[in-house]
Design a protein around this ligand. Sequence first.
Ligand SMILES: NC(=O)c1ccc[n+]([C@@H]2O[C@H](COP(=O)([O-])OP(=O)(O)OC[C@H]3O[C@@H](n4cnc5c(N)ncnc54)[C@H](O)[C@@H]3O)[C@@H](O)[C@H]2O)c1
Length: 449
Amino acid sequence: MKISVVGLGKLGAPLSAVLASKGFDVVGVDLNHAYVDALNAGKAPVDEPRLQELIAANRVRLTATTNVDEAVVATDITFVIVPTPSDATGRFNNAAVLNAMKSIGLALRRKETYHLVVITSTVMPGSTGGEIRLALEQHSGRRLGPQLGLCYNPEFIALGSVVRDMLQPDMILIGESDKAAGDLLESVYAKSCDNTPAVRRMNFVNAELTKISVNTFVTTKISYANMLADICDRLPGADVDVVTQAVGTDSRIGTKYLKGATGYGGPCFPRDNVAFAALARAIGARAELAEATDTMNRYQVERVLGAVDAHLADSGLVGILGLSYKPDTAVVEESQGLALVERLLDLGRRVIVYDPEAIPSAQHALRRPFDVATSAADCVQRSSLVVVMTPWPEFSRIPIDAYRRSTGRLTVIDCWRSTPAAASSVANVVFLGQGAAVGATMASSVGAQ
Ligand SMILES: NC(=O)c1ccc[n+]([C@@H]2O[C@H](COP(=O)([O-])OP(=O)(O)OC[C@H]3O[C@@H](n4cnc5c(N)ncnc54)[C@H](O)[C@@H]3O)[C@@H](O)[C@H]2O)c1
């Protein structure tokens, strides 16, 4: 079976490589010549663990082009994984998907056999059966049915583990135009997955709603854990990790994503939650739960700022460890670390940062100067107060000597409780969510009641 993938970005490049590694002939398509040239030269167009290795090992089945027409005509299935940026109302904009439908549709006029189009981009509920279907049918001159299939099939991946998540998914979610289209797509996953995931097949709108509901539910869990952490900050003797581990033991709840720490960020969680609320409001349903999750998330940087203010009165240097929105990626979109740097600079604080991968993307995104340390240890050594914003594993291995001071005392505000235990003997280590973050005043006033 031959497959084309339109959009070779953070999701499309790994999908192309995974499919090629499982024996499919794959033609990748992108408007970006650099991405196409990279893939044709056996190089990963984007950074993602294991991607380079998969591309190098499967070059014989993996080519790329800027020409959608030739890719569609040469293949049986086309995945569409192009950007759907959020608009001012929080809804996803389908312009790039519709543009792809036009190119694919026109190409299908030159092809006689059955073709399946798979929308993997995140779209608003109602889009696939609405304007996307319309555009595909109009431009191809075909109707959905025996000659043309359409599926909505989002991937549930996290950047930094995209290849692993594609090989071992929890669930394959398929919104299908008809049984034949769903059967064909399911057969692709039967071959491409290393595990045997649950397969959920349904109509388009249920699949579209399921995709953003999964992320909305997970973000609600994260904001709930952060609400608990905020309470624990102010409650003497309280420890958010003890509470969330016990709460999560209840099989109705579960411990995954139930850690009080920083807020959530990245290209999906924040905007999926906002889109869900926008959808609910637009159709007259109540949106308060999703809105509260978002409000709670936006508060998290202020919570950390409060802890910084409580522990650093003078003009000391604030060290920020972690700018990527999560470990194992350079992506800083909606990153809490970057938001904290921005707020500190706005407040006139002196800041130095370190991140293993995200410094160039942070510099590009922030567009204002900030000092960069040469290593995590260097960041700790030079700062009066350090904030751990991203749980990169290397931050838990910073040598103890970096925390020692000949004069004064270093404070570490660790949102993730990852600082080496020995650091507490030479530094004032404050674990957010453990009753000491916003200073003694708040805690003692609560304790006195
Ligand atoms: N990145 C994630 O973690 C993630 C997770 C789940 C869902 N998604 C969704 O997947 C979609 C793509 O996300 P991404 O992160 O891979 O985006 P990306 O920006 O990294 O990549 C998209 C690629 O599509 C290309 N492109 C745009 N229009 C095109 C066209 N008409 N023809 C060919 N190529 C075209 C762009 O040049 C770009 O290389 C979005 O809808 C996003 O919401 C992303």
